[in-house]
Ligand binder design. Structure first.
Ligand code: BDP
Length: 707
């Protein structure tokens, strides 16, 4: 399914045929990114021969044929055709076996599978050169097949494929902020991939390719609509549409969830109230759940954004978040789960915004029903280029909590340039909460959600490199112990090239790319300095928005003397929301990690940094490093031209050129504004700021995408 369009294919084949003598290895179709990491690029002739018995049709199956097993076989067949270019081997040496059928084939059982969670698989080399993929469930066989394909796709060979793998977390979920009209909130890759209007009759084949991509990295749950939900999506016509998607994705192991608008009983149910303690409201939700389960027996449940940014919720009726979540949880019963978002903050509350979610939810520990999960963003503010981890992790030991990450780059340059986010997520997952483990350990019993970055763009994600973030999210949710480089290496080998030198060059470019964005947008712990509404570009001067905590000036607090948000005991004391050991490491500006310096401290511009520079000089130096890094990346990419197909090479080169321009803009606009406050000179050697502050302030982008 994942191929170029017919016309492109025909033309490409024609060109390939004409040029075959000169370029025998030219790809048969233009590379446009649609195939993502499932390109299955051809192996060398020698490797193809060696891999042939393990890929392709003719795999031996021990177990029942089911829709999921059939997908596994199809995937192996397709990968075989494309990677080896050969007819299936007359002596296939791959066996797919359900664990309960091993004996019938005379194969030993694998003790590691005993008690392993659903989806686990083992890949073993067995007698006479055979490879055996075993799992308890069919989904494990599909995941095992994808793992084998990935291994060959990355290394070129089957050697070393043996593995046992079990998902670290049960819920590995995408949250789509897609609206029913096709607009994607914070979407930078075109319109929504979901064609709600034509469902259920018409199923875009893209829905299958989407499921394949997800399953190939272990993603097993999808919230199909925006957390800022429309009530009408719970009407019967939408349940029919959702059923079509659920039926399509079921064989791929993907469960569907919906964002539910809390006021739906009023909006579409004709009730005068949505009070969670009102019996008629509870009965309405119960009937709604019954109606959904009648169509979609494995419906996952509801995701709810309540009493946040204008969304309705239980507090509209004087009830608590627990009252609201538990009422919905009772409607679902044992059939499903309510995922309640912890992203709440109030207009009327002048508490430091980063403290409000903790203050709201920590006291509710123990009060949530068993089938309620609290979904907590990685940091206490809002998906910034860097934030410390959210203090709620570890603070609610009696509540099921999961991590919410953002794959779409709302605050990290959106769909330009490169920002590989695995290092950001690893930073959070690896953070020790001081309260019973790292964030990864705390969320492992439940899971991880990522706000999706997919759209109708041909390459799915706007830039080719943003597909790495979708990929990395899935891989980390499966195994948070994977390193950012391992994931980058895998993705690059499958997406661009297996050749070691160019692959390593790309991996290195990816690894530092998020840090580059931090440097030129939000150095030293600064946050939320982006343009109003769309969050594109710098706007640290904005200070006149109706809500104080929507203003960049609320976050940087810069004036003639200094900059930064004092969150120590002399300020908001947000530090106190962390375990003492964690708080202590950030409490003293002299020893705090500079990454979080201005997040927790308000300091004079003349503050002496560990580097010996003043804070002001350090800021300038950091912005400048960010700019230089974007330049180096653009040059590095240019040098890779001989190794990358021209279409994708040119597209990425353009993205990186835009990022270089944006980095300069961020640097100049930000420095110009800081300088307007304190009038300190730029350090010697720093490039002058080319325009006046007013010129940067005058740039407006009311039409910026994703709002
Ligand atoms: C912010 C986005 C906004 C979302 C909100 C949320 O700007 O569009 O609705 O988060 O997570 O990052 O609910």
């Amino acid at each position: 399914m994942m191929r170029g369009t017919g016309l492109v294919n025909r033309l490409a084949m024609l060109i390939a045929a004409v040029g075959a003598a000169m370029f025998p290895l030219a790809p048969l179709h233009a590379e446009d990114g649609y195939d993502l990491w499932l390109r299955h690029a051809p192996l060398s002739a020698v490797d193809a021969q060696a891999a042939r018995p393990y890929l392709g049709r003719g795999v031996q199956l021990l177990g029942e044929m089911s829709p999921t097993v059939k997908l596994a076989l199809d995937e192996l067949g397709q990968a075989g055709e494309r990677m080896t270019g050969l007819e299936p081997s007359p002596h296939p040496a791959l066996v797919l076996a359900r664990a309960d059928r091993l004996e019938s084939g005379g194969y030993p059982s694998d003790p590691r599978l005993a008690g392993a969670p659903p989806g686990s698989y083992s890949i073993r080399a067995v007698r006479s050169g055979r490879i055996l993929i075993t799992a308890h469930d069919d989904l494990g066989l599909l995941y095992g097949a994808f793992a084998l394909i990935r291994h060959i796709g990355v290394t070129g060979t089957v050697a070393g494929v043996e593995a046992f793998s079990a998902p670290a977390m049960p819920l590995r979920m995408l949250n789509h902020w897609d609206n029913p009209d096709g607009h994607v909130e914070r979407g930078y890759a075109g319109r929504s991939i979901f064609d709600w209007w034509h469902l259920p009759e018409k199923l875009d084949p893209r829905m299958i390719d989407y499921a394949r991509a997800n399953a190939s990295v272990g993603i097993n749950a999808v919230v199909v609509n925006n957390v800022n939900a429309r009530g009408f999506m719970l009407e019967p016509r939408y349940i029919a549409k959702l059923k079509r998607l659920a039926d399509t994705w079921r064989p791929y192991g993907i469960r569907v969830f919906m964002s539910a608008r809390f006021s739906a009983p009023r909006d579409i149910g004709g009730l005068p109230t949505a009070d969670p303690l009102d019996a008629a409201v509870a009965a309405w939700w119960r009937a709604k759940a019954d109606e959904i389960y009648a169509s979609i027996p494995d419906f996952g449940g509801f995701l709810v954004k309540a009493n946040s940014e204008g969304q309705p919720g239980p507090q509209d009726y004087g009830r608590s978040h627990a009252d609201g979540a538990n009422m919905l949880a009772a409607a679902l019963g044992t059939r499903g789960t309510v995922i309640w978002r912890a992203f709440v903050y109030k207009a009327e509350d002048d508490t430091d915004r980063t403290m409000q979610a903790y203050a709201e939810f920590a006291p509710l520990d123990r009060q949530f029903a068993d089938n309620v999960i609290l979904q907590i963003k990685n940091g206490p503010l809002d998906f910034q280029p860097r934030e410390p981890f959210h203090p709620l992790f570890g603070a609610m030991p009696k509540t099921k909590v999961m991590l919410e990450a953002q794959i779409t780059r709302e605050y990290l340059g959106q769909a330009t340039g490169m920002a590989y986010l695995a290092p950001l997520w690893k930073e959070v997952l690896a953070a020790d909460t001081g309260r019973g483990g790292t964030v990864a350990q705390i969320v492992a019993p439940v899971g991880m959600a990522g706000v999706a970055n997919t759209g109708s763009d041909r390459n799915w994600t706007g830039t080719h490199f943003d597909a790495a973030n979708w990929y990395a999210f899935g891989r980390l949710a499966w195994n948070p112990a994977l390193t950012s480089d391992q994931i980058a290496r895998e993705w690059t080998a499958q997406t661009f090239t297996r050749a070691a030198a160019p692959r390593e060059a790309i991996v290195q470019m990816m690894l530092g790319s998020r840090e580059t964005v931090v440097k030129y947008t939000s150095p030293l712990g600064l946050a939320h300095l982006m343009g109003t509404g769309h969050h594109y570009g710098p706007a640290p001067w904005v200070c006149d928005l109706e809500r104080p905590d929507w203003n960049p000036c609320y976050y940087h607090r810069a004036d003639a003397q200094g900059i930064g948000f004092d969150r120590t005991t002399t300020g908001s004391n947000a530090l106190a929301q962390y375990a003492p050991a964690v708080a202590n490491q950030w409490a003293d500006p002299a020893t705090a990690n500079p990454r979080y310096l201005l997040w927790f401290h308000h300091l004079p511009w003349t503050h002496r940094m560990a580097s010996g520079r003043t804070l002001w000089d350090e800021l300038v130096t950091t912005y400048d490093q960010g700019v230089l890094e974007t330049e180096a990346r653009a040059q590095g990419w240019a040098a890779l031209a001989p190794h990358i197909d021209p279409e994708r090479h040119a597209a990425v080169a353009t993205d990186l050129a835009i990022q270089r321009t944006e980095a300069r803009w961020w640097r100049n606009a930000s420095l110009s504004f800081w300088q307007s406050l304190h009038s300190l000179p730029l350090p010697a050697g720093a490039a002058p700021i080319p325009e006046r502050l007013e010129a940067y302030q005058a740039r407006t982008f009311p039409e910026a995408p994703g709002q």
